[in-house]
Design a protein around this ligand. Structure first.
Ligand code: BDP
Length: 334
């Protein structure tokens, strides 16, 4: 049985309103058929611009027969819930981090193994090849079609207490992680206390001291204002997790081959746009947080962090022996 079922389904008000007013929604839209798109990020964010471009191109190329409305800012619910609803076809598409997707799709979890990628270029090569293919198959078996992979840079640790330079500096820190057992293992293997929590709750948790820190890429650290309440950003770059522009297989299977081609092309174009915007935003975000007074530190030697992750790999491979070839190939590739 799928571990998606672990999450209880709590429909937020915006989703309820949307489900209860389909006629109104369609009546108000310019497209004959309007899909619902889930997005966790604020409107001015590379993912959000990529999704808007995707929706616009589909509407234009089908003369409004098909279209989409993107709901930004997580108003349609948390990421684990939204992934489940996309499988069911209640939400038609979304951009999901492969982090939370890995909880139910073991193949997707290979990208959530800390330090598995050596850098963004290598990640692109592997995602365009064997890794992307294996993950796509795993997702499809769970009712989700991966149309393309967006960038989400590298994630680093940040906290309100002190700079992190060695794994020992993580000891005793309460660190928020995304919903995935791998990330709990990652923090706990350095002696920290991992707390899985929804993205939307992290600011308050940092502010009130429920957690001391979290980990994310610079654009998410900045766009959520976490830098206001956790002013030490340590460039551990321990995770490079791409994001999936994903469509419900139910929605995809209803399309004619011609419409599938239009949707796929719009997705591919939006990937190119998002990756360009991502690179720009990463620089802007770093600049902005430094100007706001954040203390950013490089980590001179990442080898002790990598060594601390061996138990995480060992456990993963024990639980997923069929993925060991893929993991070894990824670790050994240039
Ligand atoms: C961001 C991802 C988003 C995650 C978030 C998180 O883009 O999908 O929900 O991190 O940490 O970088 O929850």
């Amino acid at each position: 049985m799928s571990s998606f079922k672990k999450y209880s389904f709590k429909a937020p008000a915006a989703l309820m309103a949307m489900l209860m007013a389909p006629v109104l929604m369609i009546g108000a839209s310019a497209n004959a058929k309007e899909w619902t798109g889930w997005n966790i990020h604020v409107e001015d964010y590379p993912v959000s611009h990529g999704m808007e471009a995707f929706a616009k191109e589909i509407s234009e190329k089908t003369d409004g027969r098909l279209g989409a409305k993107v709901f930004h800012g997580g108003v349609l619910g948390s990421q684990p819930d939204a992934i489940e609803q996309t499988r069911l076809g209640i939400i038609n598409f979304g951009v999901f981090s492969l982090g939370p997707m890995g909880q139910a799709v073991p193949e997707a979890n290979v990208v959530s193994l800390p330090f598995i990628f050596k850098g963004v270029d290598q990640m692109h090569r592997l995602m365009d090849g064997a890794a992307g293919e294996a993950i796509g198959k795993g997702l499809e078996a769970k009712g989700i079609v991966a149309l393309g992979y967006y960038d989400a840079g590298a994630r680093s640790f940040y906290n309100s207490q002190h700079p992190i330079n060695t794994p020992d500096d993580v000891k005793g820190l309460k660190v928020r992680v995304m919903n995935n057992d791998l990330f709990v293992g990652m923090v706990n293997s350095m002696g920290g206390n991992a707390t899985p929590m929804a993205f939307s709750e992290v600011y308050t948790a940092l502010q009130t001291g429920i957690v001391d820190g979290a980990e994310n890429n610079p654009p998410s650290y900045e766009s959520t204002n976490h830098h206001e309440v956790a002013g030490y950003f340590s460039l551990s770059e321990h995770l490079i997790i791409p994001e999936c522009l994903c469509m419900s297989k139910r929605t995809w299977d209803e399309l004619s081959p011609e419409d599938q081609a239009i949707v796929q092309e719009a997705a591919t174009n939006s990937v190119a746009l998002q990756r360009k915007l991502w690179a720009e935003r990463e620089e802007q975000s770093m600049k902005k947080v430094i100007e706001a007074g954040v203390k950013v530190n490089e980590i001179a030697d990442k080898a002790p962090f990598q060594a601390a992750m061996e138990p995480v790999y060992a456990q993963f491979l024990e639980e997923n022996p069929e993925l060991s070839d893929l993991v070894n190939m990824m670790r050994n590739s240039d």
